[in-house]
Design a protein around this ligand. Structure first.
Ligand code: UD1
Ligand code: UDP
Length: 382
């Protein structure tokens, strides 16, 4: 029996670890425990995912919350070290785990990897090898550091194999396994399709645009956020009857208020700002949308598998397969006449002039099972 300890902290971690936990619980050779750092803590950013998915309550909840990057990283490191050393009153085990498993690229991922590496606990990184090439993104720093420390690197986007090879990671540490986030999509889509969110929100299938924005580059300055308001105003003018549905991330909501943009957003008649929604409602909202505009990482992937046209308002992506094989296109926010360009893309999709997705290797619903089998092979004691 091997003991794998997984870390979750922020919204996109929950659907990935849910898929892994489901595969691990079917494998009699794996004992799985979960630590939640508390990086995300609102009901709609955390608890709801535990209720909606077959994700067990975490064995340890550290409840650490936000702060600057340094504060958040340091707080998580201190608390996680005492969990691993067994000095925390909440430590759920007497012996260190056989491996620490981290997913994605959030601060919790990097902070816990740093702690484990100094305690000589092997690190397994799921979603390794993603690179945007843009070190102004905090996630890119987290990816580089985590991959440099990891002992086992599970790759989801085919581009990751080349990036890791270029960085000199030995081949025996790397495995292309596919995408665990898409495992969860396959598992939960049938339930999501039954959700009454369209009726509840008065929406018609195929007649609205779904929006999500939360990257610091898009929402952390008044100018950047005003640019986004300009895009929504142009979409509103082009089609006043087409709803713009915007479940708003807390970072974005706070910044709209902080930069005195609330009145400007409220004046856009077709724009509907909502609280973030749970995973099932959000899958349904994606699947029934005419078009998606986002700066999210995971939503580029989900929209590709759902076959919904997606415009990512960023200059780059760490998920290039969503462009080469999927329905995703990039549009940098500093593009001249951004709003008019967005309206053109949306019109093109409405005319059916949008690429269709092709199958992607390993995005088949079985990535977590491949990871479970590989972990048992690597970590079982002789
Ligand atoms: C984090 C990740 C980002 C990921 C995103 C997913 C890092 C560096 N960033 O960004 O990669 O795409 O999560 O959503 O790890 N807040 C709340 N309630 C919550 C959570 C956050 O009010 O439940 C507010 C707080 O003011 C907090 C701020 O949002 O300070 C930012 O949260 P944080 O976790 O630091 O970064 P995100 O922008 O959520
Ligand atoms: N998501 C959700 N509710 C929302 C918005 C997103 O459940 O209101 C889900 C979405 O389906 C995907 C994940 O959250 O599975 C993406 O997380 P996010 O965009 O916050 O982070 P990123 O992927 O950019 O790191």
């Amino acid at each position: 029996m091997i003991h794998i300890l997984s870390v979750v902290g922020a919204r996109p971690n929950f659907m990935k670890v849910a898929a892994l936990d489901a595969a691990f619980s079917k494998n009699r050779h794996i004992k799985h425990t979960i630590v939640h750092t508390g990086q995300h803590y609102d009901e709609k950013m955390s608890d709801i995912f535990f209720r909606e998915m077959a994700l067990p309550e975490p064995d340890v909840f550290m409840g650490l919350g936000g702060g600057s990057h340094a504060q958040q990283t340091a707080n998580i490191m201190q608390a996680f070290e005492s969990v691993l050393l067994g000095t925390s009153p909440h430590a759920p085990f007497n012996e260190p785990p056989d491996a620490l498993l981290v997913v994605g690229d959030v601060n919790s991922t990097m902070a816990c990897s740093l702690v484990a590496s100094k305690l000589h606990i092997p690190i397994v990184h799921v979603e390794a090898g993603l690179r945007s090439g843009d070190r102004s993104m905090p996630e890119e720093i987290n990816r580089i550091v985590t991959d440099a420390l990891a002992d086992v690197l599970y790759v989801s986007d085919p581009s990751g194999m080349a990036f890791l090879a270029q960085e000199g990671v030995p081949g025996e540490k790397i495995e292309f396994v596919g995408n665990v986030m898409i495992d969860s999509l396959h598992t939960y889509l049938p339930l999501a399709k039954k959700r009454p969110i369209l009726e509840d929100w008065g929406l018609t299938e195929g007649a609205y645009i779904l929006l999500t924005l939360h990257r610091p580059a898009t929402v952390d300055s008044p100018d950047a956020l005003a640019l986004m308001a300009g895009v929504f105003e142009a979409l509103d003018k082009a089609a006043p009857d087409r709803a713009l549905v915007f479940p708003t991330h807390p970072r974005t909501k706070n910044n709209i208020e902080r930069f005195n943009l609330s009145d400007r957003f409220a004046a856009i008649r077709s724009l509907r700002l909502h609280e973030p929604v749970g995973y099932l409602d959000f899958l349904k909202l994606q699947q029934a949308a005419a078009f998606i505009i986002t700066d999210s990482g995971g939503i580029q992937e989900e929209s590709t598998i759902l076959g919904i046209p997606c415009l990512t308002l960023r200059p780059n992506t760490e998920r290039p397969v969503t462009i080469s094989h999927g329905t995703n296109e990039l549009l940098p926010p500093d593009t001249p006449e951004l709003a008019a360009r967005v309206v053109k893309w949306v019109d093109a999709a409405a005319r059916g002039a949008w690429k269709t997705a092709r199958p992607i290797d390993g995005w088949d619903g079985a990535a977590a099972e491949r990871i479970a089998d590989d972990l048992v092979r690597r970590f079982s004691r002789a």
